[in-house]
Ligand binder design. Structure first.
Ligand code: TYD
Length: 223
């Protein structure tokens, strides 16, 4: 079976993930790579329907378990309808947020939340794990003011409107994941200029593509 490359982009609010995903996807396409850009929550028709329910805050009154399960339901649909088929045809998939967002946003607060999220993540990803996760690290206050500037007069969404302290804890939680899974995760200083961040992202991704091409050459094909 041909296997593409699955790259996820993670980080707090205002870290500049979307801009970098756009720049990277343009570069990859120019070089002729079949590249799919997608996002969570959402990315498939079923998951996009849930995105609205979740981000509007409509599910908030029903509690964090309900929200965690909705994120997982959306992820399961997205994986099976979009991500897995793209990887099977050999595409590079760039996904704006994935399972680590659930760990950081829904899994925080108690061991019970963390355990629930791990169970849900396991079911939702169904074996489709990122090959590489780029964690855009930024000071929580700086990130929030960037996000507010970008949003203009629109209301902050369900998660963006939470306190600075919660955002700071999320940053720590991302760094803890990176420390625990160093083979998969790369922490990127998202406060650097757009061009500098682009250089780091490009170097990491093209190095991974090189490794993949070498191992395909050794095994005499697409694995
Ligand atoms: P979005 O507008 O896509 O924001 P961003 O530019 O920050 O990526 O909003 C997605 C929000 O949903 C964001 O605040 C993080 C949150 N989220 C979770 O809480 N859990 C999850 O599993 C995912 C995928 C996102």
């Amino acid at each position: 079976m041909a296997r593409g490359l699955f790259i996820t982009f993670e980080g707090g609010e205002g870290a500049g993930k979307s801009t970098q995903i756009r720049r990277l996807s343009e570069k990859l396409r120019r070089k002729g790579y079949d590249t799919l850009v997608t996002r969570e929550p959402g990315g498939s028709p079923g998951a996009e329907a849930l995105r609205h329910v979740i981000l509007s805050g409509a599910a908030e009154p029903f509690g964090p378990r309900m929200e965690a399960i909705l994120f997982a339901a959306a992820r399961s649909d997205h994986v099976e309808q979009v991500i897995r088929p793209a990887l099977e045809r050999g595409a590079i998939v760039l996904c704006d947020r994935f399972l680590d967002s659930s760990r950081v946003y829904q899994g925080a607060g108690s061991d019970e939340n963390a355990a629930l999220v791990e169970t849900l993540v396991h079911v939702a990803v169904n074996g489709v794990m990122p090959d590489m996760t780029l964690i855009f690290d930024i000071d929580a206050e700086a990130g929030l003011s960037r996000a507010a500037a970008r949003r203009g007069t629109d209301q902050a969404d369900r998660f963006e409107k939470e306190t600075l302290e919660i955002h700071q804890r999320r940053r720590e939680a991302y760094l803890a994941i990176a420390e625990k899974e160093p083979d998969r995760c790369i922490v990127i200083d998202a406060w650097a200029s757009e061009d500098e961040v682009d250089d780091v992202v490009t170097a990491a991704v093209f190095a991974a593509l090189e490794v993949r091409a070498n191992s395909e050459r050794k095994t005499g094909g697409a694995g």
